[in-house]
Design a binder for this molecule. Sequence first.
Ligand code: G4P
Length: 195
Amino acid sequence: MNLLLEKIKNEGIVLSETVLKVDSFLNHQVDPELMLEIGKEFAERFKDHGVTKVLTIESSGIAPGVMAALQMNVPLIFARKRKSLTLSEDILTSKVYSYTKQEENTISISNKYIQESDRVLLVDDFLANGQAALGLVDLVKQAGAEVAGIGIVIEKSFQDGGNLVRATGYKVESLAEIGSLENGEVQFRKEEARV
Ligand code: G4P
């Protein structure tokens, strides 16, 4: 996805050897045109997977998730990280530890919106240590539904998440794969380095 790679090159700020700030288009300000293209790309990559729902986590997964859902003509569900006033009964929960933030979140969804017959595409903004994606897999399994695949906007390939999540056997598609953030520079994995 050249548009995304260019955006990362031009606007991404390398905060450290492990953290990339993309607040100008994904994590704070959101670029709707880019999100639409991301949605189309996920729809294309998972078109043969019988997706009936898209599931993400608040908050930064919602923009790419909703565009993917729009393109696939299915609903989007976002797991909550905080207790909701209205989400009180029949909830499914999973504990997600963030190595980046060193805190544990309990993510939850109402079991009303995922049925056993559903094939669920998981979407998230970043794949770092993979804990969020595994938490979403857990929620889908608790609902008795099938994971149709996992779509990631930015994967940091030098962290453990990619291997962990691919070990589940589900199809994982990352639209940008970052090989390194060393020396204050974004290096994409070899096959993407032409941008
Ligand atoms: P994991 O899910 O892959 O294990 O990742 P981890 O717990 O380490 O990440 C926790 C949060 O930090 C997630 O956002 C994740 O998207 C974000 N994150 C991880 N690495 C980076 C990075 O290099 N750059 C940016 N910008 N974010 C990163 P979150 O807390 O759920 O935030 P939000 O969705 O509410 O924005």
